[in-house]
Design a protein around this ligand. Sequence first.
Ligand code: NAP
Length: 297
Amino acid sequence: MELIDGKATAAQIKEEIAAKVRERAAEGKKIPHLAAILVGHDGGSESYVANKIKACEACGFRSSLIRFESTGQNPLNPEELFAAIDKLNKDPEVDGFIVQLPLPKHIDDQKVIEAIDPDKDVDGFHPVNVGRASLGLPAFHSATPAGIVELLKRNGIETAGKNVVIIGRSNIVGRPLASMLMHKGADATVTVCHSATRNLADITRRADIIVAALGRPGFVTEDMVADGAVIVDVGTTRVPDQSRKSGFRLCGDVDFEKVAPKCSRITPVPGGVGPMTIASLMLNTLEACRRREATAR
Ligand code: NAP
């Protein structure tokens, strides 16, 4: 078994981006600028946004963070959030921005996603980008699936003609990943499974590549995996762990210890898909900056 090192692959992508940004600076071109909106103090969201800002620094991007407080007693008025989105949509200095999800329950995630200008939607969640991507047209691709496709490509894992089984059909992972992998170029035969799938293990045992994206720690066990399969573990669940300073550890959807001896390649958690999601976001931001430049000419 060989590990698929997402951290190293993402570091290489960020170095390539940083080199392009240095070239842009030398040519007097605009430095890409990513903004992030963070509502409340969810631990996971805080750490994702901090990592995105750190990645901006590594790539030589500008970044800005807009924070809103929201508590049970004092919930954020959604109009304030929509006003901030409108301002970022119109700000010529900002090339792309994200609104970190999940939002507090009283705010409709989908309405928020649809309020973002599709040309600045570097998360690739807006229906315009999702639709264009599913038709194979130029679009911002959803960061996690785009990161998975790039991770496989850069690590020499062929998808053409392979049986890929994706567990999970969410709008941000399973569904767009299925679409990307079945497009010409990727050419995989894709099966998408979900909570109503029957005989899941029979399906996963026929897979050359399994992508686990369901958010259930240790769900994929060795009996579900064919000898020599490639395993991509998207899951990142915080499981309480008093032996850690943070009080938790990140768990993937795959029982790593048991599955690793059986498969040929496997992504670790952490250090697999997570860093690639951020690298994709950086690639989308660079692309947004280039596109804005091209349309301004
Ligand atoms: P989600 O929206 O909750 O979707 C979970 C999917 O898994 C649903 O389609 C659900 O089926 C399916 N599912 C749940 N239980 C199942 C079961 N027993 N058998 C088969 N399918 C089952 O989750 P998500 O947002 O896609 O996230 C999935 C995981 O990936 C989470 O751990 C999340 O933290 C992680 N994640 C990681 C990154 C990263 O960058 N590393 C990015 C995004 C997400 P139904 O549709 O039938 O309910």
